[in-house]
Design a protein around this ligand. Sequence first.
Ligand code: SF4
Length: 359
Amino acid sequence: MTHMNEEKVIGIPRAMSFYHNYPFYYGFFGDLGIKIVLSDVTTKQTMSEGAGLVVTETCLPIKIYVGHILNLLKKGIKNIFVPSLQSVDTKIYNCSKIRGLPDLIRNVVKEDFNMIEATLDKSEKNQGLYEFLSECVKPFGITDKNLIKRASKAGWRCYNNFHVMTKSGMPYSKALSYALQGKVVIGNESKEYPISIALVGHGYNIYDERACMKIVDKLEKMDVKVCTALQLSSEQLDEGIQSLGNEKYWANEDEMTGTAGHYLKDNKIDGIVTVTAFGCGPDSLMVERITRKAKQFGKPLLNLTIDEQTGEAGFVTRLEAFVDMLFRKKRASIVNKINIDKNEHNQYTLNTNMIETKS
Ligand code: SF4
């Protein structure tokens, strides 16, 4: 499908690796004068069109990905970026569906387009980042090593800026917007939340607002502080994986066992919510381990599974019930503490308003 093309426009599906790597892609392609056209945000139509082309058992993120390719084709985009991200570090692999994305797309999308199917495989010699980036831009006639290296630096700059901001506590979309403007703004999170939850899931599941029905917004509206992998350093994530007795094997283990392992030990976190796609093999194994460990730590846990049939009403009901339980638990622990203080000092003021913010 791929052949040389003079036009310097690349279509990037707003799905899968977009949620991890877009700041890098933006800096990299932009530096080489390649214009990026993104697919539109996920809608019900994106999901149903994507789902219509693949077998039912395919996980939701892949169905969404296919829908985004169709969206780019409708926009008339002919060069579409479909990377094959095999291994992102030595002996650290992506799941077979991510690895085989170009083959999957070739088999299910029949329209003619130039698929830019660069392969990243850090477990293989000669298939590292430089080779991957060279493959990305070869179809645009760019082969100059120095230009590619310079663009790579621009990509890392944008990517690192994004991560500096998310680690300071800035929400995903705000940090992305500043990073794309070339800005670094360190957020000053002043709002205090009575309850904190660790949201555990892949970026493409929790930041695709249609896929997980704006879960972050919903929790914040319930007066819950949401903590994710984006606030953690790679050392904290590695430690989290180890604390669950795990060896890192899956590329997206940081977002699952690493995040859960870290926040399970954090006393400021009142509960854990995992979001996984129905039919995801790696996630089902990781969630099982997280569930076992959460029991040991006595940390409340809610497992949510998403697919294109997931109804918003049921999803919200489960979330609300979980958050209600956390509020009750917190209230009870404050009252207990006050009773202890009362015994010590023979006087107390009962004030749990701070956690009564849910009308
Ligand atoms: S890791 Fe799971 S959700 Fe992600 S693409 Fe693979 S099977 Fe789908």
